[in-house]
Ligand binder design. Sequence first.
Ligand SMILES: CC(C)(COP(=O)(O)OP(=O)(O)OC[C@H]1O[C@@H](n2cnc3c(N)ncnc32)[C@H](O)[C@@H]1OP(=O)(O)O)[C@@H](O)C(=O)NCCC(=O)NCCS
Length: 186
Amino acid sequence: MLKRFSGLVKTILYGKQYPFNTKTVTLGDQPFLLRKIVDQDIKELIALERNVYFGEAPWTKSAFLSEIHSPIPHLYLCIVTRENEIAGFVGSRLIGEDTHITNIAVATYFQDQGIGSLLIDEVEKFAIMNDCETLSLEVRLSNTDAQRLYRRLGFSSRNIRKNYYTENSEDALDMVKHLDVKLGGQ
Ligand SMILES: CC(C)(COP(=O)(O)OP(=O)(O)OC[C@H]1O[C@@H](n2cnc3c(N)ncnc32)[C@H](O)[C@@H]1OP(=O)(O)O)[C@@H](O)C(=O)NCCC(=O)NCCS
């Protein structure tokens, strides 16, 4: 408990907000813009969540707003098509020596093209810049497709959190990736 509290204090005092500069990335032969999420995106992000979670949107507008305006160092990015459609997004925040991925989704139409991997790579750079030892996330036990991707990206299972998802009491798999902290700050 004390360790968690001191981790939070250290994060607020010393964590670095990430000066993420918008950039263009090409996947296959399609160009996308990778940029920070802004308030005006939230409606579309909720629609994207409904697209991938069978009509449900796990995060409310206020949940997104409090994350993207949090004083705790965080990185919330979206990837946008040339037609200005959000294809996917990722959210993460710093907690002590860990960067936690709070949310990630890629619209069904854009899945399996490398967008999820690219978003996680960007969060990993943010974690390394903040000298984090780990990158972590929770995933539904039933979501074996996402788990396979996370394992391929270097995550492994750490724990099971019982009844983590309140709406159906599903358990979560807590996954972690150990980072090479020696690269931090470069
Ligand atoms: C999980 C999720 C974010 C992954 O996003 P994604 O953009 O499909 O991820 P990627 O394209 O990087 O990787 C998916 C698979 O496509 C493969 N892939 C990547 N680029 C590819 C390409 N150009 N051509 C073909 N396959 C490709 C990857 O190797 C990966 O295969 P694997 O599952 O066997 O490891 C996405 O499926 C999603 O939003 N799912 C619904 C919401 C969800 O479950 N969120 C996670 C909650 S924890």
